[in-house]
Design a protein around this ligand. Structure first.
Ligand code: AVI
Length: 317
């Protein structure tokens, strides 16, 4: 009898195969974020060209008191996709000036990121109870029910921009379903600006974004046993004004056949053929208002930086 070794396929295998046999070829951007990808994204947030993180942080530093006043304490802060909570300290401190006991609930899929978030906020803000929650947003937001009292839900970093319209509104609607009158949402959204500023943010001089993009292929080689030759793909970032989004691709520089290892198949590439790996939507105020309204929220106040490049939008249920 032949002993066969059973090998568990990564959970994303079907999605990857479907994406690579479709026209145009696609890969889901959630695959960016393994340990190396998360590290590269942290590096991106510090790049001179990547204005998003810095600009949002400036708005928070300038307006945290106003934001907290508008949200209306007493409340708890819940941060979706908190990551390592690099920007949240100022808001928490502003709330701590208004209310004796502050509870902060960072929510993320990564236990490692949550541990970092807890340590950071503990150092930056005294007298705050930090209650990390591991959750996959795909499973909904039922865990909100475990959080008593009024909530200010943060969804920062323009993470909403990586969802297409239907997925963004479906996600916000699920958040809305678990909130009650008095609760609010603070949504960070990157705004439309000239492509001379947008494109370098997604194609930086040091090539960190290119490495971040190619990390998907490295991950498929490692976890699926695929044999993508990283040197035969180049990083491409384009501004699509009609769709109001930056589009990220990996473009094959030659005709080639890639084997998908455990997924047991091959994929052919023509020279110049692309894999679409990410969209990053850039918003106008009508887009933000409509997105919130369709999801059951009403936009109340927006805080911008001086160039109006990034907006923090406070919405009520
Ligand atoms: C996480 N997200 C908001 C980033 C963005 O700007 O769309 C992901 C990213 N992709 C390339 N650079 C950064």
């Amino acid at each position: 009898m032949i002993a066969r070794e059973l090998v568990a396929l990564p959970v994303y295998t079907d999605e990857v195969v479907r994406g690579l046999i479709s026209r145009p070829k696609t890969l889901p951007c959630k695959l960016f974020y393994d340990d190396r990808g998360s590290q590269l994204f942290e590096e991106i947030t510090r790049l001179p060209e990547y204005y998003l993180t810095r600009t949002e942080f400036e708005i928070l530093q300038e307006y945290s008191r106003e934001i907290i006043q508008a949200a209306g304490p007493p409340l708890s802060i819940v941060e979706l996709g908190a990551g390592t909570a690099t920007k949240t300290g100022t808001l928490i401190r502003a709330l701590a000036r208004k209310q004796i006991r502050v509870k902060y609930f960072p929510v993320d899929i990564s236990a490692g990121a949550l541990a970092d978030a807890k340590n950071r906020i503990k150092k930056e803000c005294s007298n705050v109870s930090i209650l990390p929650m591991i959750a996959d947003f795909g499973d909904g937001f039922h865990f909100f029910r475990e959080i008593p009292g009024c909530k200010l839900v943060l969804y920062l970093g323009s993470s909403i921009g990586n969802f297409d319209w239907n997925d963004a509104t479906a996600m916000l609607r699920k958040v809305r379903e678990q909130l009650s009158p008095g609760d609010s949402l603070l949504l960070g959204a990157d705004m439309v600006k000239h492509e001379n500023f947008l494109l370098p943010a997604y194609d930086d001089a040091q090539g960190i974004t290119a490495e971040f993009n190619k990390n998907i292929l490295l991950r498929l080689n490692r976890e699926l046993g695929a044999n993508f030759d990283l040197d035969s793909f180049r990083h491409v970032a384009e501004w699509n004004p009609a769709a109001s989004r930056i589009e990220i691709y990996l473009e094959s520089t030659r005709t080639q056949t890639v084997t998908l290892g455990l997924a047991r198949g091959t994929v052919q590439f023509r020279a110049g053929e692309r894999i679409h790996t990410e969209n990053s939507y850039k918003h106008t105020m009508p887009m933000v208002e409509r997105m919130l309204c369709v999801s059951g929220f009403k936009l109340e106040t927006t805080w911008f930086d001086s160039r109006e490049w990034f907006g923090l939008h406070l919405a009520r249920v």
